[in-house]
Design a protein around this ligand. Structure first.
Ligand SMILES: Cc1cc2nc3c(=O)[nH]c(=O)nc-3n(C[C@H](O)[C@H](O)[C@H](O)COP(=O)(O)OP(=O)(O)OC[C@H]3O[C@@H](n4cnc5c(N)ncnc54)[C@H](O)[C@@H]3O)c2cc1C
Length: 436
């Protein structure tokens, strides 16, 4: 028998667990440990609430958690409640799948002013992450800037631009919906250092901006290279650029009250305001041959009382685990950190790729584990029994997958009309449902 601990119950953790159950059959016991009683990582806390079909992938993860070989161990934070070294003593292999939940900083003056928030915070706020329930992003101003040219920036802009009933069928949390209902926001400027060809936005997410009830995209045709330049692009990317070109060609719909303005070739240099963010100062850029942006010295201001930075994420450090400072992730070679210690998902690769990218990633690491300790062998480790004992000694009460089902049932029962659930947001609310 082999015992494995997977730390993190997001896509990477679950795909790795699935791969290990297939590789080992009944010759392994796998504990999927998460800091929260609610599983699925960014499927719950990141993926946009109005993209429900994507969240359905969690059904596949449920099959793993409900199988004989795997157990969900919630309410346990590794690095705080139990160290990685302790886990390594209890399990044959420890696989870190903790994601990359920390916002990268812009590193410009004024970044600490009230009103400047990272996208992990802002997304966490509207998605019911306990750490950001009290964020209260300022929505009393007419202008917002979202810094970054990826899909997360688009998510943030779209959520800010939607009307109340456009959230029907979503699981946006009540506190965010109430705040958005009374929002004064009129103009959302998406700021990117480079040009349309350098965006990391996918066609579906871009296309949605053309179908919003009260908001219209604004794109300047002068920002584009000649249309022939699109021929060299990969087809999916070309499709995104075509959508942007169409937005520029059609022009903004004047009947819509809100605008989502694409401001390309604009590098943030500082944030100014009297006690709160009031404006973002950007420098006009040009691209060199390699596609890198350099400042021209010409600056201008983008008014904004709320500034959401969406420029990437980092994995938190955990004591005893080597870290790659540059990549903002655990130092690893193809997922291997050290003997019996691995990383998968965003903690392995950094914050890139879709939910599906984590599948081959998890399977590859499971293959390495199986090669190092073949199915049928025994490592003599205590596994989950040892963890239960250790947690008991420390007065920590873990939660099970059945506990999550109870929380989920309560969320479904509390749903407002048209919503799949009303997410309970705070750790104490989850534990109250469980009678703790
Ligand atoms: C805002 C946003 C929107 C996205 N939208 C999409 C989309 O529409 N489509 C798509 O394909 N992809 C999307 N993605 C990407 C997708 O979410 C990621 O590829 C995926 O979630 C990464 O999986 P992961 O398992 O590595 O990390 P995560 O999903 O972050 O999971 C990490 C898990 O580890 C747990 N954890 C963290 N620290 C500890 C600790 N110390 N101890 C115990 N547990 C811990 C966390 O609670 C969490 O459950 C989006 C990402 C973001 C940020």
């Amino acid at each position: 028998m082999r015992h494995f601990a997977i730390v993190g119950s997001g896509p990477a953790g679950f795909y790795t667990a699935e791969a290990l159950t297939k590789a080992y059959g009944d010759q392994a016991r796998i504990d999927i440990i998460d800091r929260y009683p609610v599983p699925y990582g960014l499927i719950r806390f990141g993926v946009a609430p109005d993209h429900q079909s994507l969240k359905a992938v969690s059904k596949r993860y449920d099959q793993v958690a409900e199988g004989e070989q795997a157990s969900y161990v919630g309410n346990v934070t590794i690095g705080r409640d139990v160290s990685v070294d302790e886990l390594r003593g209890l399990y044959d292999a420890v696989i870190l799948a903790i994601g990359a939940p920390l916002d990268r900083k812009l590193g410009i003056p004024g970044e600490d002013l009230p009103g400047v928030v990272g996208s992990a915070e802002f997304v966490g706020w509207y998605n019911g992450h306990p750490d950001f329930a009290d964020l209260a992003p300022p929505l009393d101003g007419t202008h917002v800037a979202v810094i970054g040219n990826g899909n997360v920036a688009l998510d943030c802009a779209r959520i800010l631009a939607k009307n109340h009933h456009e959230f029907e069928g979503s699981d946006i949390v009540g506190h965010a919906l109430d705040a958005l209902d009374s929002s004064a926001v009129q103009t959302i400027t998406i700021v990117g250092r480079r040009g349309p060809h350098q965006i990391s936005m996918t066609p579906k997410e871009l296309g949605e901006l053309g179908h919003l009830e009260a908001a219209t995209p604004v794109v300047d045709g002068a920002d584009f290279p000649p249309v022939e330049a699109d021929d060299a692009l990969e087809p999916g990317h070309r499709k995104s650029i075509t959508i942007l070109r169409d937005f520029a060609g059609t022009g903004p719909d004047a009947s819509k009250a809100r605008q989502i303005v694409f401001d390309f070739f604009a590098k943030p240099v500082r944030i100014e305001g009297d006690g709160r963010a009031e404006r973002l100062i950007v420098e006009r850029t040009v691209l060199d041959e390699s596609g890198a942006a350099s400042g021209t010295g010409e600056t201008y201001e983008v008014p904004a009382n709320l500034i959401v930075t969406s420029i990437g994420y980092q994995t938190p450090r955990i004591e005893g685990v080597p870290y790659d400072d540059r990549g903002g992730k655990f130092a690893n070679a193809q997922g291997r950190i050290a003997g019996g210690l691995y990383a998968v998902g965003w903690a392995r690769r950094g914050p890139t790729g879709t939910i599906g990218t984590n599948r081959p990633d998890g399977y590859e690491v499971a293959e390495q584990v199986a090669a190092a300790m073949p199915p049928g062998s025994d490592g003599g480790k205590a596994g989950g029994d040892g963890l239960t004992e250790l947690l008991g000694q420390r007065g920590i009460k873990p939660t099970s997958f059945d506990d999550w089902r109870s929380i989920e049932a309560a969320e479904i029962a509390a749903a407002r009309p048209g919503s799949p659930r009303e997410k309970f947001v705070r750790q104490e609310d989850w534990l109250k449902i469980l009678g703790r």
